[in-house]
Design a protein around this ligand. Sequence first.
Ligand code: NFS
Length: 644
Amino acid sequence: LADPKEASIDLGTQELLARAQKLGIDTVFDRAVSMKPCAIGMQGICCKNCSMGPCRLPLPKGGIEGEDDRKGLCGATANTIAARNFIRMIAGGASAHSDHGRCVAEVFLSAARKETEAYQIKDTEKLLAIAPHLGVATTVEVDGETKDRDIDEIALEVGEVAMAEWGKPSGELLYMKRAPEALYEKWKKQGVLPRNIDREIVEIMHRTHMGVDQDYKNLMKQGTRAALADGWGGSMLATDLQDVLFGTPYPLQSEANLGIMKEDHVNIIVHGHEPVLSEILVAVAQSQEMIDYAKEKGAKGIQLGGICCTANELLQRHGIPTAATFLQQELAIITGACDAMVVDIQCIMQNLANVAKCFHTKLITTHPIAKMEQDNVIHIEFDEHHALEDAKRIVKMSIDNFANRGTDVVIPPYKTTQIAGFGVESIQYHLGGTFRGTYYTLNDNIINGRIRGIAGVVGCNNARTKHNDGHVRVVKELIKNDVIVLTTGCNAIACAMEGLLTPEAAAVHCGPGLAEICETVGIPPVLHLGSCVDNSRILLAATEVVKAGGLGNDICDLPVAGSAPEWMSEKAISIGHYFVASGVYTVFGVTLPTSGAPVFHDYISKEMENIYGGKWDLEVDPVKHAQLMIAHIDKKRKELGIDK
Ligand code: NFS
């Protein structure tokens, strides 16, 4: 069994893990102790792409002397195998983000066509802001006069053009031109501009099939194309279309950690990534009809809480509190107070069903592509055409289940305040000049050294490393050194749980320069930009910094760095690679599946910088990890001549 104190830095997590162990319920923390990972797989050098294998190419003890003559049955080298595996991870990650984006685009289109009552075009300002990037006109000429075009017409065309980005037969992704011009030209020269989102992912599957691409550099070229199709394509479209449908986030206050659950309330936990259903769930759960119904059933009200990126989406737009990070999902049920857990797609552990069996919790799957085999799981398939009915059914079922709760409820009493809801627009508002309406003031503060640089710290939890420890220590080291942090995903949740997402955190944790800025402007030193598809907001924020001037003309010129201290999912590899290919030095914690192929590892962690200006790195120790990022930031400051 796992030692609770070694498993997590979070007290509530430690207490619930101990409770699970006492009850004889296994969790991911215990399974991480009893199941050891495969060393060869971890190093990225196991090829199972045909049935002559799996071919395993372990590094000889003591390293390789002379020529590396390891090869699989077909002759595939360690480099080929590691590169194939790596870009298949990119394909997995890019497809997850992008398929999520596609679902949003479908709902968007049906809202634009007015086929559904549950969804409307909410944020017309954002619609008008993205339309030109999709080549959609916002004005028309009538009798020689320029007039505003009808909003419904614009929405419909935006929806149609956006949908086509997944499968258009020719051309290139339209959003690529949103990048700084120098970066766009670089991609063009390298021949990595994505043609359409689906094609780049399919081509990875083809190229990595037995007997196709056998040159790790060429394989990575396709990996780059697909990763860019994710970051500047599927993810960015998901973010934009969600903003138009549900509203662009704006700073707001909320809370984080399992302590947000309430003993006397019906607790509904939403978990996954796609906000299309959960947006409606929020509206229904907050309706007087449902609150009255809950009271009728003996509860004081309804408490919603989120896990993973569904949490981030609902937090950013509605202030719904965050219940848990990825690794705490089983624990939310182990409180005994979770009346329903509603899941959609991605990062959902199948063991939730086994844990739910030990409690009264209704586990409800809602997405046609994500079901569970266990027979205690209820599937209520969500459809945008009867979204309201689906949501009502789910909320009612949760309320009815309140009465079935056991008496043994343990909600750890820990929660923190968080300020979330940042985005490209609000950073501009808070740190830009209202007069110039750009990132001018932010750049000014970077140039004068109050802000040393910008870090994007993102990504998952990983049960192979202490829960939240890497996240919190990397971020604290950065802000201590005056590096402002933009966060998303489970890093944002970890930071929120540590109290880092408050303006008050500045005085406690920041260096003097950053503390001064945060105190003057009233912002936290760590800005929550949303879910993992919202990493696209980080790309666009970096682009705004370039545009505001004074710091070079490309993202790779900026004093910025990226990090995923506790990554685990394929999505993280896709994100890491689109950061790298956009010019960002990106450090991962835990492990990288490249160590068994040193030549390939050198290619992505050294040579790649000469091509895209960004490169990969691995550092397990959180403080050293942050120091590597700071060293890179200082290098860039020196190159810019602002290293006073
Ligand atoms: Ni990102 Fe968000 Fe968390 Fe990792 Fe999973 S929730 S999409 S993949 S675990 S950060």
